[in-house]
Write a protein that binds this ligand. Structure first.
Ligand code: NAP
Length: 481
C-alpha cells in the first residue's frame, strides 16, 4: 500500500475541504474522523490518492516517515484528547499541526508538553472558511521552527495566493504565535462585521432603502476603497430572495448573533495587556446583547420602541419620497467614509495589540508580513491591506497605524462624513456602537490632554493614590476635604 504524505483528523467542513485542497495539489492524504460515517462519505466522493482510516493507529501506520498529521477538529478538550491518544503512536521528529481555532495559551502548553516528548508541534490559524479551505486559506503559524521547515512546502502549496503570487502562509514565532495572530484576525473580523451591519441598519431604518438597493450599494462599495471579502459577500447576501415568501432571505434570519471564542479572547487579551481594543470589544459585546433576544423584545414593548421589524413598506416609501436622491447619495458617501474609517481603526487596534504581544511573548510579529498574509484567502482580506503593508514597510516599528503618514493623509478626509453618520444615528436612535466607538478612539488618541486628570484627582480624593503634575516633578497627594 502507498503511504500517504499527510494525515488529516476531522472531516467536518474545514477538514474535508483542506483534504480536497491537498489532493488537488498532488499530495496523498490519509483521513480519520471520530464518527466513521464522515470517512465513508469522503471516500465515496473522493477515492483517488486517499486512504480512509477508522482508528488513530491505522491513520499513523498509513503515513510516510516523518509523519505529518493535521488536526481539524473542534478546539478545546477534543484537541488534548486526540493529542494524548496520538503521542504514544508517534516517534521523535514526527509533526502534529493543530489547524483549529485553539486558544494561544493552550498552544503554548501543548508545544511545551509535546516538545518534551520529541514531537514537533505547530499551531496553525487557518482562515477562509469553507471556500478558503478548499481553494486556498490564509495560514498563520507558530510553534516548532523545525516543524515549520518540515511542513512549509505542503502548507504553502495549499494556501491562498496574494495578487503578486506570494503564498499567504507565514511563520510568526514560537508556540502560540500563529494562533495569536488568528485570534486578532478574528477580533478585527468581528468589528468589521458589526460595522457593516450598522451601515445596513442606517440604510434600512434611516434612509428607508429597500433590500435590493442596500445590496447594490454594498456591491458598489466593493469596487472602491472598501473593496473586501466581507463587503463583497454582504452585497451577495442582500440579493438572495427566499423562495417561499419572496422576501429578502436576510430579513427572515433571527437577529441573534452567535460566536466562537476568538473575539472574546482577543478582547480579554487586550484587557490583560492594557491595549485599547475598544472596537473589537464593542463588537463582541453587541453579539452578547443580540443574544438577549427575549429581554430586548420585552424592553421594546415596554418603551414602545418606534423601530419596527421588517423593511419599509410601500406606503412608507411613498411617505419618504422627501428623501431626495441627492440627499441619499450624500448620506451613502458619508456612510462609506464612516465605515472605511472604522475599518482603519479596527486594523489599527488589532496591530497595536499584536505589537504589544510581540514584546510580551517574544514573538516575531512583523506587521507588514501579517498584513501580507491577510491579503488573500482570509475573511478580513481587503484592499486597505496594501496601504497597511506599505506603511509598515516604511515605519516597521510604529506603535500605531495612526502615527503613519499614510493614515494622516487618509483619515482627515473621512471625518466629516463619519461625524455626520454618528450624529444622525444618535439623534434618530439607530445605534452604531462600533462606528461610534471607533470615532471616540480616534478623537481621544489624537488628543494630548484628556480629562483623565480629573480621574486622577478623584482617585487621590477617595484612595490617596497620589497624582503627578504637569508643572512639577514628583508624586503629589492633596487632603481634598
Ligand atoms: P467543527 O464543527 O468545529 O468540529 C467538528 C469536527 O470536530 C468533527 O470532525 C468532529 O468529529 C470533531 N470532533 C469534535 N469533538 C471531537 C472529539 N472529542 N474527538 C474527536 N473529534 C472531535 O468543524 P469545522 O467547522 O470544520 O472546524 C474545525 C476547526 O477549524 C475548529 O477548530 C474551528 O474553530 C476551526 N475553523 C473553522 C472555520 C469555519 O468556517 N468552520 C474557519 C476557520 C477555522 P465528529 O464528526 O465525530 O463529530
Amino acid at each position: 500500500m502507498h503511504k500517504s504524505d499527510v494525515g488529516l483528523v476531522g472531516l467536518a467542513v474545514m477538514g474535508r475541504n483542506l483534504a480536497l485542497n491537498m489532493l488537488t495539489k498532488g499530495y496523498r492524504v490519509s483521513v480519520y474522523n471520530r464518527t466513521p460515517g464522515r470517512v465513508d462519505d469522503f471516500l465515496r466522493a473522493q477515492g483517488n490518492n486517499v486512504t480512509g482510516t477508522y482508528s488513530l493507529p491505522e491513520l499513523v501506520n498509513s503515513l510516510k516517515t516523518p509523519k505529518i498529521i493535521l488536526l481539524m477538529i473542534r478546539a478545546g478538550e477534543a484537541v488534548d484528547n486526540i493529542i494524548d491518544r496520538l503521542v504514544p503512536l508517534l516517534n521523535k521528529g514526527d509533526l502534529l499541526i493543530d489547524g483549529g481555532n485553539s486558544f494561544f495559551r493552550d498552544t503554548i502548553r501543548r508545544t511545551q508538553a509535546l516538545g518534551k516528548a520529541g514531537i514537533l508541534f505547530l499551531g496553525a490559524g487557518i482562515s477562509g472558511g469553507e471556500e478558503g479551505a478548499l481553494k486556498g486559506p490564509s495560514i498563520m503559524l507558530g510553534g516548532s521552527s523545525c516543524g515549520w521547515e518540515q511542513a512549509a512546502p505542503l502548507l504553502r502549496a495549499i494556501s491562498a495566493r496574494a495578487p503578486d503570487g506570494t503564498a499567504c502562509c507565514a511563520y510568526f514565532g514560537s508556540d502560540g504565535a500563529g494562533h495569536y495572530v488568528k485570534m486578532v484576525h478574528n477580533g478585527i473580523e468581528y468589528a468589521f462585521m458589526q460595522a457593516i451591519a450598522e451601515c445596513y441598519f442606517i440604510m434600512k431604518r434611516l434612509l428607508k432603502m429597500p433590500a435590493e438597493k442596500i445590496g447594490h450599494t454594498f456591491t458598489q462599495w466593493n469596487r472602491g476603497k472598501l473593496s473586501s471579502y466581507l463587503i463583497e459577500i454582504t452585497g451577495h447576501i442582500f440579493s438572495r430572495i427566499d423562495g417561499e415568501s419572496g422576501k429578502p432571505l436576510v430579513e427572515l434570519i433571527l437577529d441573534l448573533a452567535e460566536q466562537n471564542d476568538t473575539g472574546k479572547w482577543a478582547a480579554a487579551e487586550a484587557l490583560n495587556l492594557g491595549v485599547p481594543l475598544s472596537n473589537i470589544a464593542e463588537a463582541v459585546f453587541i453579539r452578547y446583547l443580540s443574544a438577549l433576544k427575549e429581554e430586548r423584545t420585552a424592553a421594546a414593548r415596554l418603551f414602545n420602541s418606534p423601530l419596527r421589524e421588517g423593511f419599509p413598506k410601500k406606503e412608507d416609501e411613498e411617505k419618504n419620497k422627501d428623501i431626495k436622491d441627492e440627499d441619499e447619495e450624500t448620506n451613502i458617501s458619508d456612510l462609506e467614509n464612516a465605515l472605511y474609517a472604522t475599518m482603519i481603526i479596527s486594523y489599527a487596534q488589532g496591530f497595536a495589540l499584536l505589537g504589544k504581544a510581540a514584546l510580551q511573548y517574544g514573538w516575531y510579529l512583523n506587521a507588514s508580513e501579517i498584513a501580507s498574509v491577510w491579503r488573500a484567502g482570509c475573511i478580513i482580506r481587503a484592499r486597505l491591506l496594501d496601504t497597511i503593508i506599505d506603511a509598515y514597510q516604511i515605519k516597521p516599528k510604529a506603535k500605531n497605524m495612526l502615527l503613519m503618514p499614510a493614515f494622516k493623509e487618509i483619515l482627515p478626509g473621512l471625518t466629516t462624513g463619519w461625524r455626520k453618520v454618528i450624529c444622525l444615528s444618535v439623534q434618530e436612535g439607530v445605534a452604531a456602537p462600533v462606528m461610534a466607538s471607533a470615532l471616540g478612539y480616534f478623537d481621544m488618541y489624537l488628543t494630548d490632554y484628556l480629562p483623565t486628570n480629573l480621574v486622577q484627582a478623584q482617585r487621590d480624593y477617595f484612595g490617596s493614590h497620589g497624582y503627578k503634575r504637569i508643572d512639577q516633578e514628583g508624586l503629589f497627594h492633596t487632603r481634598w476635604l
